[in-house]
Write a protein that binds this ligand. Structure first.
Ligand code: PBG
Length: 333
């Protein structure tokens, strides 16, 4: 055939392919989510093989392992004792609560690791919602924000580097920015869960923290989070959320979940110059693990291909439970 262009010329050898590769992964792209609890043991999480609830001693060792693999940021989630959960979730700003203690300990023993936190009420709420639920069953916006600000300040006081509001209340990024600045934490960043969808992919995470919405009392409790998390049908709305977060002072924008929302990552990349993070959530992790355990897919190849797809779509950072495995595999190649 008389062809001028033969794209296969640049695919002919490994060396040529590596020369023209447009995107790549490195360990410092990953943010490693970790679950902490008060228990004495390391507890495996059923629907997330390979992920555990760590106690504070074991957490240090796991974070040290991540650092050795080149990971530079971890995000902490608490499995709060049921006896501490209330309708107002005030445990979220207890300075001696699980998360502040974990941050202080990590900062003392591994001061260089970046610590990200999650700001929302759900792990501390007996109703399992990210905000305070009124007696009529409405998730209250402005009242919740006061609590979120106190939670963020307590996390910053403990030594957090990046505050991650995951609650989707309106105006929380600006309010948290102001609260942090007022307390002298202008150096602490905000990685906002900007486009967080009301998704079924969070199931295993809610199992890990026992944090699913539920009726604990007689008041009506919304069964899902669709009055504050975004409708999976909407894309333009994500741009509005991104514009608001930028105006309110977010340092990094996040899209969550990641895999079913690559188009949203791509669109935010076009709209904003801020760094963008993708959250490869618990349900995405569970699906890969289940298929791999059955021998139906090659776990290593599928994970690296998936993580690369986030970079190709425009993400700079990836929150992923595969972080340590992937960092190890990247070393081998
Ligand atoms: C809490 C929060 C959730 C996740 C991160 N922070 C759950 C939710 O919003 O219900 C999900 C993470 C995952 O599924 O991996 N607001």
């Amino acid at each position: 055939m008389d062809l001028t262009y033969r794209p296969r010329r640049l695919r002919r050898t490994h060396a040529l392919r590596s020369m023209v590769q447009e995107h790549s992964l490195k360990a410092a792209d990953f943010i490693y989510p970790l679950f902490v609890h008060e228990g004495a043991e390391v507890e495996p999480i059923q629907a997330m093989p390979g992920a555990n609830r760590w106690n504070l001693d074991n957490l240090i060792a796991e974070v040290e392992r991540a650092w050795q693999l080149g990971i530079r940021c971890v995000v902490l989630f608490p499995k709060v004792d049921e006896s501490l959960k209330t309708e107002e979730a005030a445990e979220c700003f207890n300075e001696n609560g699980l998360i502040p203690r974990a941050i202080r300990r990590l900062k003392k023993e591994l001061p260089e690791m970046t610590i990200m936190t999650d700001v929302a009420l759900d792990p501390y709420s007996c109703d399992g919602h990210d905000g305070i639920v009124s007696s009529l069953g409405v998730v209250l916006n402005d009242e919740t924000i006061e609590y979120l600000c106190r939670q963020a300040v307590v996390q910053a006081q403990a030594g957090a580097d990046l505050i991650g509001p995951s609650d989707m209340m309106d105006g929380r990024v600006g309010a948290i920015r102001e609260a942090l600045d007022d307390e002298g934490f202008e150096h602490v960043g905000i990685i906002s869960y900007t486009a967080k969808y009301s998704s079924a992919y969070y199931g295993p995470f809610r199992e890990a923290l026992d944090s699913a919405p539920r009726a604990a009392s007689t008041k009506p409790i919304p069964k899902d989070k669709s009055t504050y998390q975004m409708d999976p049908a909407n894309a333009r709305e994500a741009i509005t959320e991104a514009q608001l977060d930028e105006q309110e002072g977010a340092d990094i924008l996040m899209v969550k979940p990641g895999l079913a929302y690559l188009d949203i990552i791509y669109r935010l990349r076009q709209e904003s110059e801020l760094p963008i993070a993708a959250y490869n959530v618990s349900g995405e992790y569970a699906m890969v693990k289940a298929a791999a355990q059955k021998g139906w897919i090659d776990e290593r190849a599928v994970v690296l291909e998936t993580l690369l797809s986030f970079k190709r779509a425009g993400a700079d950072l990836i929150l992923t439970y595969h972080a340590c495995d992937a960092a190890g595999w990247l070393r081998d190649v």
